[in-house]
Design a protein around this ligand. Sequence first.
Ligand SMILES: NC(=O)c1ccc[n+]([C@@H]2O[C@H](COP(=O)([O-])OP(=O)(O)OC[C@H]3O[C@@H](n4cnc5c(N)ncnc54)[C@H](O)[C@@H]3O)[C@@H](O)[C@H]2O)c1
Length: 337
Amino acid sequence: MSEIKFAVIGFGHIGRRHATIISSYPGCKLVAIIEPSEAALAHELYPAGVPSFDSLETMYAAGIQPDVVNIATPNGYHCDYALKVLDAGSHVVIEKPMGLSKAACEDVIFKSLQVGKQVFVVKQNRYSPPSKWMKEIVSKKIIGTVFMVQVNCYWNRDERYYKTGGWKGTKELDGGSLFTQFSHFIDIMYWVFGDVKNIKTTVKDFNHQATTEFEDSGLVQFEFVNGGIGSINFSTSVWQTNMESSITVIGSKGAFKVGGQYMNEVEYCNIENYTMPVLPATNAPNDYGPFKGSAANHHYVIENVVNTLQGTDTITANALEGMKVVDIIERIYQAAN
Ligand SMILES: NC(=O)c1ccc[n+]([C@@H]2O[C@H](COP(=O)([O-])OP(=O)(O)OC[C@H]3O[C@@H](n4cnc5c(N)ncnc54)[C@H](O)[C@@H]3O)[C@@H](O)[C@H]2O)c1
């Protein structure tokens, strides 16, 4: 395949990252941006010379046929847009979360199979050195049998983040803090330890009644299908700034903790007959002014799209895995008392 043509839908915080990376990535060309907001299009990072459209339909009608369309809109639009993109004959990259229900994600998978196009889901934390290390330690059984896994996600998202009239904080377009803030960490847990069952959930809305339509905090307990038990403790109610996103693992041969604000450093490792290697540094988090997100690894996502379409790699996070994370989050919420 020669030059790969991309379009980006949604030119907000993360859409701008997609557009910027695509514009400079070898072998890629940004051919269109679909964005209904004039204010968003006026952003200083808007790439010169790239046409914008207020809908996918007007872009295709103008004769622009991207090979790949990256969806970076509010969560609630992801699957509808993915269906349209696939129907129009382009591959699709979907920002996390893939969708807000397992059923909607299944529709996307069926469509992609019917039209023979690829679906990539953005799970860029998988590229962080501590994530790759953890995956290896567990899959090679260096940690032995997994007994317990504890995921703690303690972040700050307050009225500086949830703006009146915005999509963030709405049930329909945001979906909940497990979808928008913490799905990366649930993805890492699923990727390394597999599916969960027997979920018990308690959620509370402590101090977001005025800003969101859903919980801000929760305690979740479950068993792993592969054995062992686990829990997720999460909150967006931490005062002022993010505190941590960590995962602590107890296995039959030792224990480790990957922590930091976004699971970006190995804080503890004590495993029988094992010396912890020095890992490469994790990339800085995405920076949204007062808020920090997950690792700024989106260039790896674009690289994976290019290499997969050129036949030299396979998809890092495919549609089935994207759907599985949505399924786990959906079941966690369904189990809430
Ligand atoms: N991978 C990550 O680490 C990461 C980080 C942040 C956000 N995200 C995801 O990226 C997506 C966007 O988040 P954001 O923080 O950039 O939000 P944002 O509000 O900054 O940007 C969303 C953009 O989509 C546009 N938009 C709204 N409705 C649209 C529609 N119907 N069609 C086309 N465009 C539309 C908005 O005008 C806005 O410019 C979300 O799904 C979010 O979960 C992922």
